[in-house]
Design a protein around this ligand. Structure first.
Ligand SMILES: Nc1ncnc2c1ncn2[C@@H]1O[C@H](COP(=O)(O)OP(=O)(O)OP(=O)(O)O)[C@@H](O)[C@H]1O
Ligand SMILES: [Mg+2]
Length: 248
């Protein structure tokens, strides 16, 4: 799998505004970034624009200013090409799962990519067998636990083998053994991974970490540099909150 600059995600002066022009909410402002590294982390406080950035990169929303390109293509327009370029693991698997059975859910992406029903079915069977989960094929998706549904969503992405996988809080709500298994699985992937998280430890091994604040880049660089500045600032803000909450 090639992950050179030609496959990068490039934002140029990208902004995302919600609400009317008279009273705008700027979720993202003037972002210029080229994301080419194999492991990229994105951190930031609640409401700092992380999920908005993911939605922008995935083409689920178009920027209200500037441009977004994925491997040179506009992700909001070229939906078909994006199937091979980008996979998204949403924080909540219930926003992702569409079908009543695991087999149908897994086959859907491949059918979208133009594979025949027989090809898709064979690929689904092979993957489930490799995962030791052949019995899942006919299982009803709603009978899986939250962690299992999360895993199903990851399997669906892996089947489509996109070049880049966007992960929005991939570990939230998972028990510790499942987190360990998932992080081992993710670490072994050849793909580019862009991970959004509140947990600095989850992105400590990344090639690059970006800290978003109020829709802008506050820091961008090696994981150690960005994360030490980020954790120091979060600790400082936490102290402030604790002080103001104390009764006098
Ligand atoms: N559909 C929307 N309509 C209006 N404002 C929105 C919408 N989506 C996001 N926003 C605003 O954009 C800003 C960034 O939101 P976003 O969801 O990207 O934050 P986040 O960093 O993912 O936060 P969290 O850590 O809580 O998931 C927030 O101020 C939010 O209120
Ligand atoms: Mg979010």
């Amino acid at each position: 799998m090639t992950l050179d600059a030609s496959t990068a995600i490039a934002l140029t002066g990208a902004g995302l505004r919600f609400g009317p022009a008279a009273a705008p909410v700027m979720a993202l402002s003037d972002l210029t970034l080229t994301l080419a590294e194999r492991r990229i982390g994105i951190v930031g406080r609640n409401g700092s624009g992380k999920s908005s950035l993911l939605r922008l990169m995935a083409g689920l929303v178009a920027p209200t200013s500037g441009t977004v390109r994925v491997a040179g293509l506009d992700p909001a327009r070229d939906r078909k090409a994006m199937l091979a370029e980008l996979g998204i693991l949403f924080q909540n698997p219930d926003h992702q799962i569409l079908f009543p059975t695991v087999g149908e859910e897994l086959a859907f992406g491949l059918r979208q990519m133009g594979r025949s029903e027989a090809e898709a079915k064979a690929a689904v069977r092979a993957l489930l067998a490799a995962e030791g989960r052949s019995h899942w094929e006919t299982a009803a998706t709603h009978t899986l636990s939250g962690g299992q549904r999360h895993y199903l969503c990851l399997l669906a992405i892996l089947l489509m083998a996109p070049r880049t996988i966007l992960l929005d809080e991939p570990f939230a709500g998972l028990d510790l053994p499942t987190q360990v298994r998932l992080s081992r699985r993710l670490a072994a992937l050849p793909q580019r991974l862009i991970t959004i998280t509140h947990d600095p430890a989850a992105v400590a091994a990344c090639d690059r970490v970006i800290w978003l604040e109020a829709g802008r880049v506050r820091a961008d660089g090696p994981a150690t540099a960005t994360l030490s500045a980020f954790t120091a600032e979060m600790a400082r803000l936490g102290e402030q909150d604790a002080d103001t909450a104390l009764p006098r």
